[in-house]
Design a protein around this ligand. Structure first.
Ligand SMILES: *[C@@H]1O[C@H](CO)[C@@H](O)[C@H](O)[C@H]1NC(C)=O
Ligand SMILES: *[C@@H]1O[C@H](CO)[C@@H](O)[C@H](O)[C@H]1NC(C)=O
Ligand SMILES: *[C@@H]1O[C@H](CO)[C@@H](O)[C@H](O)[C@H]1NC(C)=O
Ligand SMILES: *[C@@H]1O[C@H](CO)[C@@H](O)[C@H](O)[C@H]1NC(C)=O
Ligand SMILES: *[C@@H]1O[C@H](CO)[C@@H](O)[C@H](O)[C@H]1NC(C)=O
Length: 498
């Protein structure tokens, strides 16, 4: 009798526990940047006037977020002063940002502690006034001594591309300096990749920025070493088809790493800066991709997502192993460039195939599909296993299997960006003989000349990407984007395991 009661009580407890999913309300701002014309060295006063329109817009959006009970708001990289500015002319637009590990500082309530912090005060008050966590990207100036510090730049200070986080009281709680700069001569690279986290009542968050997402440190090390289940990601991402469109890659990262991923991009579609979203390990909760005409403007995206206490990567143990028979067989039908990398391809000829395959170096990609292939739509399965050498000084190692729509009916157009497709796939299954467990699954569809994600229609485990039900829009690409960090070249500090 007693044991029955215990059993019933335990069952009730378990039901209550499992029935209760804790959620929080996240927001990301795709910010229509007011780009100041920063071509001259200006006074501090002029610099503050230059950034005012962007801060005013942040304030407006933070108030809207408050009215919708948002818990955390992420704003984009370069959202305050823009990009492509010189080192000298950007300086008056920046401030010294203290290290929150050493000082407890609330610029909204104690602005006088540190001089010249108008922008940080505004951001802090935005968090405090609206009672939310606020993530912003800003510039940090740290004076140094050319005499005593051999790395100190000749102008006597470091300038860092920096993410800062304020809690709902307005206290500065995190500061992260971007490690992988992307042609940003106005900034200095910090000597070490920092793993920066902050705690909230709805879980632990990590922070990194833009190009950082492609590398092991800090993106992967942060998630794995500190068991981070949520990432805030201010970015100024150049939307790059066919495999690195913002919504496509960021959603793939969230799924591949098993994290909530809050990506805020600036909105300048004419310059290909666009695509923001709130992504979970199970798919996109909300995303925004406005076409290159950019008629939609900026947007505040809001979603309730489940608390993710630790990264929940899908299992990757049982990936197909390299098959020596396959490698000696005919490996491809034709070759074509995709983002400057020469892929091996086979074309999709029939409406259904149980197994098509293509290999490149040690990677063989296998696919099964059923599709209503329209005349004029050419699709191909491609494989690439090698160093991506587009940026000569930084070579990163890719293993990619992708089934994609070619831009037109010529082989050489496979890998060329396109938004057009008309063929509907009712099932897709892609696997590869990857020699990495860092694989980001992406399925991108064409939505009347714009892009759409198919994430909630996917299953990804053991390195295999499978559609759960027929896709409702024409396919642009279904991809397993793998990274082999240990074979990267040209990163003095990034040679490590993985
Ligand atoms: C930016 O300002 C400089 C100096 O005042 C001026 O020469 C230039 O034409 C301006 N550029 C734009 C795009 O307004
Ligand atoms: C914060 O609220 C105070 C008091 O209502 C107001 O004076 C101030 O302008 C607000 N600041 C911001 C940044 O919203
Ligand atoms: C805000 O400040 C109050 C009072 O100091 C403190 O109890 C509370 O924990 C703080 N809230 C956050 C989110 O830091
Ligand atoms: C097909 O696309 C390729 C690459 O984008 C382009 O060079 C070529 O001119 C196009 N061919 C036709 C027939 O449109
Ligand atoms: C996988 O990569 C490791 C290095 O990380 C290498 O030693 C091993 O030979 C590779 N295996 C295959 C099958 O390519």
């Amino acid at each position: 009798m007693a044991s029955t009661w215990i059993y019933i009580t335990l069952t009730m407890l378990l039901c209550v526990e499992s029935g209760e999913s804790r959620t929080f309300r996240a927001a990301v701002l795709e910010h229509a940047l007011h780009l100041p014309n920063i071509t001259l060295a200006v006074s501090r006063q002029q610099a503050l006037a230059n950034v005012e329109p962007n801060l005013a817009e942040f304030e407006r959006q933070a108030a809207i977020a408050r009215s919708k009970s948002v818990d955390i708001l992420v704003t984009p990289e370069d959202g305050i002063y823009g990009m492509r500015v010189s080192r000298r002319t950007i300086t008056p637009h920046m401030e010294t940002i203290p290290d929150p590990r050493n000082v407890t500082w609330n610029p909204c309530t104690a602005p006088a502690d540190i001089p010249n912090v108008d922008v940080q005060r505004r951001l802090s008050c935005m968090a405090r006034n609206n009672s939310l966590y606020l993530v912003a990207n800003y510039g940090d100036i740290q004076p140094c001594s050319v005499k005593n510090d051999p790395n100190c730049p000749p102008d006597g200070h470091y300038q860092y591309n920096t993410d800062i986080v304020f809690d709902p009281n307005g206290t500065l709680i995190a500061r992260y300096r971007k490690h992988h700069l992307f042609f940003e001569s106005q900034f200095d690279k910090p000597t070490e990749a920092e793993n920066v986290v902050f705690e909230t009542p709805f879980g632990r968050f990590g922070v990194f920025t833009c190009f950082d997402i492609l590398f092991e440190k800090p993106a992967i090390s942060l998630i794995e070493d500190l068991s981070v289940g949520n990432i805030v990601f201010p970015t100024a991402w150049i939307d790059t088809l066919p495999l690195l469109a913002a919504i496509q890659f960021h959603s793939g990262f969230a799924m591949g790493m098993g994290v909530n991923f809050l990506a805020a991009n600036i909105h300048r579609p004419g310059h290909r800066f666009h695509g923001s979203g709130i992504y979970t390990p199970d798919g996109a909760a909300v995303y925004y991709y406005n076409d290159t005409l950019g008629t939609g403007g900026g947007k505040l995206l809001i979603a309730d997502i489940e608390v993710n206490d630790k990264p929940s990567r899908p299992p990757v143990e049982d990936q197909p192993k390299p098959d020596s028979k396959m490698l000696s067989a005919v490996q491809f039908e034709f070759q074509s460039y995709l983002f400057n990398d020469l892929f091996n391809f086979v074309s999709l000829r029939d409406p259904h195939a149980d197994e098509i395959k293509v290999c490149h170096n040690a990677l063989c990609c296998h696919a099964t599909y059923t599709a209503n292939l329209n005349e004029g739509d050419m699709y191909a399965l491609g494989a690439f296993d090698g160093l991506h050498t587009h940026w000569h000084e930084k070579k990163y190692y890719l293993q990619i299997c992708t089934m994609l729509k070619c831009a037109n009916s010529s082989h050489s157009s496979c890998g060329t960006p396109t938004l057009d497709a008309s063929s509907i796939f009712s099932n897709i299954d892609i696997r590869g003989t990857f020699n990495t467990t860092y694989i980001f699954p992406e399925v991108l569809m064409s939505d009347n000349g714009s892009l759409a994600l198919a994430q909630t229609q996917l299953s990804f485990k053991n390195g295999s990407l499978v559609t759960k039900n027929p896709l409702d829009l024409p396919l642009l690409s279904a991809t397993l984007f793998g990274r082999k960090y240990s074979l990267d070249k040209g990163f003095d500090d990034d040679k490590a395991s993985g």
